[in-house]
Design a protein around this ligand. Structure first.
Ligand SMILES: Nc1ncnc2c1ncn2[C@@H]1O[C@H](COP(=O)(O)OP(=O)(O)O)[C@@H](O)[C@H]1O
Ligand SMILES: [Mg+2]
Length: 231
């Protein structure tokens, strides 16, 4: 039984993509998987299926209904801004202690595997003083750090790792999810980060128009991740 926190070096790097791929693979392996994404900004109810909770629910084999979205993502905000700013636009404020309690309850009640997707990068503000890193520190779960493969990602990733290691957080794996149109070869980026930390796993960009092949590089990546849960 494991609970794992999926964080990233920033927004739009592939956290939800990695989480959904992992959920699908673990379910194929016969594991019971739950997932939550407590805080979502840029949430448009008219586009629920494309939202992070929508993508996660679909991977979990659950209906994308308002009540399910409410259950896995209670803090949703319209504006595509950092959560504290998005909440302020609605005259609201995120109570970080309540977010931590909500996550802890999900951890305590998990049936087998629980994945928690963070929000934005590792230090995105949730209120005036605290960031998502404070939630990670309170929960003390092992982490998966997702990064892109764009030019600049090596420094972003090492900076994120430094912040995590200084707080004695345990990083299970670093996933470099290939950035669309990146000019930097994925394998060189993976090798560069791997000189500082390990394991680093490269996840090639999947062409959504192509069917998923078993044995494809993406599937091998997810298999490698799936094995982390078998331990
Ligand atoms: N390896 C990949 N192959 C194909 N598409 C990807 C890959 N990684 C990310 N994406 C796509 O890139 C976009 C941003 O990824 P997402 O997982 O939503 O990022 P985050 O959760 O970090 O904000 C999404 O449309 C997602 O489907
Ligand atoms: Mg996401």
């Amino acid at each position: 039984m494991s609970a794992i926190f999926i964080t990233g070096t920033g927004t739009n790097v592939g956290k939800t993509y990695v989480a959904a791929a992992l959920i699908r693979r673990l379910r194929q392996m016969g594991r019971l998987v739950d997932a939550i994404k407590p805080v979502v900004s840029g949430y448009d109810p008219a586009q629920a299926a494309a939202s992070d909770p929508g993508v996660l629910l679909d991977a979990l084999g659950l209906p994308v209904t308002e009540s399910e979205i409410d259950r896995i993502s209670p803090w949703r905000f319209r504006a595509a801004l950092a959560p504290d700013l998005a909440a302020a636009r609605e005259g609201r404020r995120i109570d970080v202690d309540t977010v931590i309690k909500y996550c802890q309850t999900a951890i305590d009640r998990r049936r087998d595997i629980l994945l928690i997707e963070g929000a934005g990068g590792i230090m995105v503000p949730l209120d005036g003083e605290r960031t998502i890193l404070d939630v990670m520190m309170a929960l003390q779960l092992p982490l998966i750090l997702v990064a892109g493969s764009y030019l600049g990602t090596i420094s972003h990733t090492l900076t994120a790792l430094d912040a995590l290691y200084r707080r004695s957080m345990r990083v299970l794996a670093i996933i470099v999810s290939e950035t669309k149109g990146s000019t930097v070869p994925l394998d060189e980026t993976v090798a560069a980060i791997a000189r500082f930390a390990e394991p680093v796993i490269g996840l090639p960009r999947r062409d959504p128009s192509q069917p998923v092949q078993s044995g494809s590089p993406a599937n091998k990546t997810v298999d490698a991740l799936g094995r982390l849960f078998g331990q």
